[in-house]
Design a protein around this ligand. Sequence first.
Ligand SMILES: Nc1ncnc2c1ncn2[C@@H]1O[C@H](COP(=O)(O)OP(=O)(O)OP(=O)(O)O)[C@@H](O)[C@H]1O
Ligand SMILES: [Mg+2]
Length: 265
Amino acid sequence: MSLLEGSNLRKTYRLSRRTSVEALRGVDVKIAAGEMVAIMGPSGSGKSTLMHLLGLLHAPDRSDGPAPGLWFDGTDAGSLSDRDRTRLRARSMGFVFQSFNLVPTLTAEENVALAAEYAGTSRGAARTAAREALDSVGLADRAGHRPMELSGGEQQRVAIARAIVNDPTVLLGDEPTGNLDSARAGEVLGLLRTFNRERGQTVVLVTHDPEVGATCDRIIRMRDGRIVPAGRPLGPRRPNQATFEPFAARQRRGPPSTGIAGPPH
Ligand SMILES: Nc1ncnc2c1ncn2[C@@H]1O[C@H](COP(=O)(O)OP(=O)(O)OP(=O)(O)O)[C@@H](O)[C@H]1O
Ligand SMILES: [Mg+2]
């Protein structure tokens, strides 16, 4: 059975009454326990949105079409109360993001311990677990440092320690190596690979980096809010995936602003 499974996952962001973006257009996905999977695809193709749904951070749309399904380890995530979903996420999932998101006023150990306490561990046990987690990412000697006193690669390793401190079933990363040079990226990737191999933790990584993709067991490719079936060549990309207001209404309003500043004159 799959550890993570989603069916008919849709997500539309409404920007105004007339404008919306279909970030996910009906995604079916299965990730087996113990897999290390990369989610790749062009910017805006829905990778982060899919990761947020799989990580139970956001809920799929229920409004149109067949009802979505989302299961984690046999549990129907859609049937959980907010409280149970939060608890499941805290205990069974670890997240790593591109920006390290550490609390600047706390030491590395306190940052990691916070995640353990959040999952229900007592303060003392959380400190012990934090030191072990920092040791497992090679940062035992940096436990007392605040984020500003750490390099980018070290901060991301603290974030990984925080993600694994509760011994989660799955680690979800959204471009976890995106802010790192290739040597530091290699270290972070190596750690995730080690946790996957030695602890059997399932790893799901959103990445733009082909080398990260090549390290994973499988690549899920996305395009325009859909998963590209394996083996199918990527066709030309649609110029814009936003569903804009009707042409006539646009004419009445004048040309839309791109929202992107032009080059300085
Ligand atoms: N909160 C939001 N409100 C409105 N639109 C959003 C929101 N989040 C994402 N989108 C839009 O949904 C689409 C998919 O976004 P998503 O962040 O999933 O893409 P992505 O594949 O992760 O891209 P990138 O590689 O740039 O991170 C994009 O067109 C984006 O602009
Ligand atoms: Mg993204």
